[in-house]
Design a protein around this ligand. Sequence first.
Ligand SMILES: [Zn+2]
Ligand SMILES: [Zn+2]
Length: 281
Amino acid sequence: MIRPDLHLHTSASDGIYDADELARLVQRAGVTLFSITDHDTLAALLRAAQAAYDRGLAFIPGVEISTEGDEEIHILGYGVTPDDSALNALFSRLKQERINRVRNMGERLQALGMPVPTEEIIESAGASVGRPHLGRAMVERGYAATVQEAFDRFLASGKPAYLPRETPTASQAISLLRQRGAIPVLAHPGHIKKPMAQLLPLLRAWIEAGLSGIEVYHPANRGNYSKWLSLAKEHHLLVTGGSDFHDHSPRHGQIGETALEWPTALQDGWALFKRAKKQSV
Ligand SMILES: [Zn+2]
Ligand SMILES: [Zn+2]
């Protein structure tokens, strides 16, 4: 019996468990097919593949790429190779770019009379340093009452300390994943704020670029599964699902939970597994 969870984060990005511990928790939750999809890194995949093998679990190596147009869109890639040179080059560029951006935004805050210790922030935040870390430092120093206020007044797009990111667009991430033999899937469409009338032309462009699936069974889509499912069917896209587990807080899903709400988990999980295997050989 396949019980899939195809969206999980480890401590290689912003989850709290390493690949070994996560595989143990996956097995304990009764999940039999899982994928690790860390943000912009492949660092946990080799260990995860070994842990899956040791435990007799089916595993699809994955990744979740953050992309930006006028809104942040996440693209999942399934069947990636842990030592893929093109993907690793993109991710190390993005990591350096995150650091530079925090440094430059720190300089802007300094010029505004609100110095924050950017080097310390970069040091302690690790791979995914970003605006929330600056916001927290601003609250600690009394420049803003809350992180939200720090964003609203200084850090958000168009505010005085803001600098844009140089991330790929969704279409670029999709074509890169395709070129590298991976299967690109639109993550948690329920998080997208655009109305359907604006999303549809984008979706068509993404399909043109090689988008192969939609993550229908994600906690953000709850209550709207049938809407995303019919969109996937209409465009002949694969259907995937996962909890987006990071830790035990209620901010994200818990391991295996979306599989319980996913009537075709067996067929869909198997379809993705087969296709990811075929593309990786
Ligand atoms: Zn995401
Ligand atoms: Zn995620």
